[in-house]
Write a protein that binds this ligand. Structure first.
Ligand code: KG4
Ligand code: ZN
Length: 332
């Protein structure tokens, strides 16, 4: 069994994963304290990770019916993410690894999102490479070619905001709570996706994406509607949310379709928080012969995906463990 920790943003996560990629426990403690600020406050996130980390580890072990005696390795997210938040997970993992004499496996968060597809789960058995993978989260959005279990090649990425960031900022403009993605999805269910035409970034070449113009377009649309006044604000919000969500889904799906065409691959996987979105899951469901759609809890940040990645990554040299550091930005 591998004990995996993930604290790259505002979720304090611990999981227990078996060598054959089965999830025995996947505990996620979301910090709702950030909602009041309309975004994650890094310093508050680190403090809450400190308070929650040990409890979440204990909970994961208990749910797996295990103790630390059963654990053969500790996996942890090293980056990218919020430095202070990452440090809590890494320090915890180091402490457990050094105290118990266990190997420590540092994992890249984005490799983790891809590796969610290497777990047994609702989507069936693990997906074997090669495949195309869309990762869309609050901090990153890219389409990658996955040829093996331990790396991937980015084919196209966002040139500005991530898809989740666009949804979060859009939700804010619509007066919806943070994080915005799930709230936009909820409100959009009662709206007309064709009510407003938002830009689809047609001008962005290749497999790259852009969401900044979309957000600006929503800002101006809301401003114009407010200036015009009139009744039916709730219906209008639903239509705006539905049209905005549609524009995000459309752009992501078009890039995926292009990536499948370009690579000649007919197998698709998805990951990242935005991959929890119902309309996106539905739209991508028919893009390829094999479409692997992990359970929503494996798409949003979680530690099981870090454990999954760790199954295919080397452990750090024990001599290097004490000095091992986090990294904040994507190094690809
Ligand atoms: O992967 P994730 O949990 O954390 C990061 O690594 O960023 O992704 C969080 C992002 C947020 O922007 C959130 O609004 C979005 O995923 N998200 C969704 C949904 N659930 C989470 N976006 C659309 N629909 C959802 N159901
Ligand atoms: Zn993430």
């Amino acid at each position: 069994m591998i004990l995996a920790l993930e604290t790259s943003c505002d979720d304090t996560c611990a999981a227990v994963v078996t060598r054959d990629a089965r999830v025995l426990a996947n505990v996620i403690s979301s910090q709702e304290v950030h909602d009041a600020y309309g975004g994650v406050v890094p310093e508050i996130a680190s403090r809450h990770h400190l308070e929650l980390m040990n409890l979440v580890v204990d909970d994961a072990l208990a749910r797996a019916g295990a103790t630390l005696d059963d654990i053969e390795a500790v996996a942890v997210t090293r980056g990218p993410g919020l430095t202070g938040a990452l440090l809590v997970g890494l320090a915890t993992a180091k402490a457990i690894a050094v105290a118990r004499g266990l190997p420590l496996i540092p994992v890249d968060h984005l490799q983790g999102h891809v590796a969610a597809n290497f777990l047994h789960g609702d989507a069936g058995p693990p997906l074997e490479p090669p495949f195309v993978c869309l990762v869309a989260s609050g901090g990153h959005s890219f389409v990658a070619r996955v040829d093996d279990h331990h790396s991937f090649t980015v084919l196209g990425r966002t040139l500005d905001d991530a898809a989740g960031e666009a949804l979060d900022k859009g939700a804010r403009l619509l007066g919806l709570p943070f994080p915005g993605g799930p709230h936009i999805e909820r409100v959009a269910a009662d709206g007309d996706p064709a009510a407003f035409a938002f830009p689809l970034a047609h001008g962005v070449p290749g497999l790259d994406m852009s969401f900044a113009g979309l957000k600006t377009s929503l800002l101006y649309t809301v401003r114009d509607l407010d200036a015009a006044g009139g009744a039916g604000a709730a219906a209008r919000t639903a239509d705006l949310a539905a049209s905005y969500q549609q524009a995000v889904v459309d752009q992501l799906a078009r890039r995926v379709e292009r990536a499948l065409e370009q690579t000649g691959l007919d197998r698709l996987a998805i990951g990242g928080g935005v991959a929890a979105n119902g309309p996106l899951r539905e739209r991508l469901g028919t893009c390829a012969s094999v479409v692997h759609v992990p359970a929503r809890a494996l798409c949003t940040d979680n530690a099981a995906m870090i454990g999954a990645a760790a199954l295919h990554q080397p452990s750090a040299d024990p001599a290097d463990v004490p000095a091992l550091d986090v990294y904040a930005t994507d190094r690809r």
